[in-house]
Design a protein around this ligand. Structure first.
Ligand code: SAM
Length: 302
């Protein structure tokens, strides 16, 4: 929609916007308007049915899957959980709950979450990673009972879980492999959807100080290509520049903190930003007039 069209729509719906302003004032809380849109509605049995025109994206990238299959196939594995995730989850996920480990890889973070008492769901795209993780889980039948794994395919346009079903989500060194801002934003919305109210999320994002960026080649749209061990074709990743960039990308959440972890040895620079965030308490407000809905997503500012 261009600016003039928006102005026209606002003029046409002036009364609705004034009504909405009153609703906002009555809420007596500081709020942020996340999104305002207009949708044609139809009425059925007195109830409003909003037409769903949400754009959906594939949640996987075929080439990324292929490259991870090769890496795990040639023996890439971890024997320990990521120490930063051990510390962060202990602090930011304080109670036992239901956790999603998105991009569980060789399964060490997932096993750690099980060991400290969480119920864990894991998502992966690499069958080799799944094999490695299942082999490890077999050794711990009691932990395995509290764990379920799911393989995403190109047919998955949504995460396979109900809304408001997770206390926590962890996604370490994974989200940027989607290498498209639109897809990443879409995935983040999906994360927000499946989190319970006040649910929390930890996501690490490759930064411009990481070898993936410093030794990589810029290929446009904040994406870089770099060669990882054993790969004849490059990995493509989405790089976040700074905190401002992260705040915009993650605006679906309430951000608690943005930090980073780093290492530099054996020619590797492993700098990643870490985003600690919570589900935003957004409220959908719908005002109907003349068969048109004004839809606003309002978020309480804490
Ligand atoms: C660098 S590894 C990190 C693994 C694990 N999170 C860890 O901290 O050890 C990235 C993992 O993300 C998986 N992956 C890549 N793209 C994905 C996607 N779109 N959805 C879910 N997992 C993905 C890869 O198969 C790989 O196992």
């Amino acid at each position: 929609m261009d600016v003039n069209e928006v102005k026209d729509r606002i003029n046409e719906n002036k009364q609705d916007i004034e009504d909405l302003a009153k609703v906002i004032a009555n809420l007596k809380i500081r709020i942020r308007v996340l999104e305002i849109g207009f949708k044609k509605s139809n009425f059925e049995g007195g109830k409003i049915k909003l037409r769903r025109n949400k754009i959906m994206y594939e949640l996987i990238d075929k080439l990324v899957v292929k490259r991870h299959e090769i890496s795990y196939g040639i023996g890439i594995n971890h024997k320990y959980p990521n120490e930063n995730m051990v510390r962060l989850t202990k602090w930011f996920f304080p109670k036992r709950g239901k956790v999603l480990d998105y991009g569980f890889g060789p399964g060490e973070n997932l096993l750690h979450l099980l060991r400290i008492g969480h119920m864990v769901a894991g998502i992966e795209v690499s069958t080799e990673a799944r094999k490695i993780t299942e082999k490890k889980l077999k050794e711990y039948p009691l932990l395995k009972k509290r764990c379920e794994l799911y393989m995403l395919t190109k047919n998955d346009k949504r995460l396979p879980y109900k809304s408001n079903s997770f206390d926590y989500i962890l996604s370490n060194q994974t989200v940027y492999f989607l290498n498209s801002e639109k897809k990443i934003r879409y995935l983040l919305k999906e994360f927000n959807r499946i989190l319970k109210p006040n649910g929390r999320i930890i996501i690490s994002m490759m930064s411009r100080f990481n070898r993936g960026c410093t030794a990589g080649k810029y290929v446009g749209n904040n994406c870089y290509e770099y060669f990882a061990d054993g790969l004849s074709e490059p990995n493509k990743v989405y790089i976040v520049k700074d905190e401002d960039h992260i705040r915009k990308l993650f605006d679906v959440f309430k951000i608690n903190e943005i930090g980073y972890f780093d290492n530099y040895y054996c020619g590797e620079a492993g700098h990643h930003f870490v985003v600690l965030a919570s589900k935003s308490n957004s409220v959908k407000q719908v005002i109907v007039r003349n068969n048109t809905c004004l839809v606003a997503f309002l978020s309480k500012e804490n």
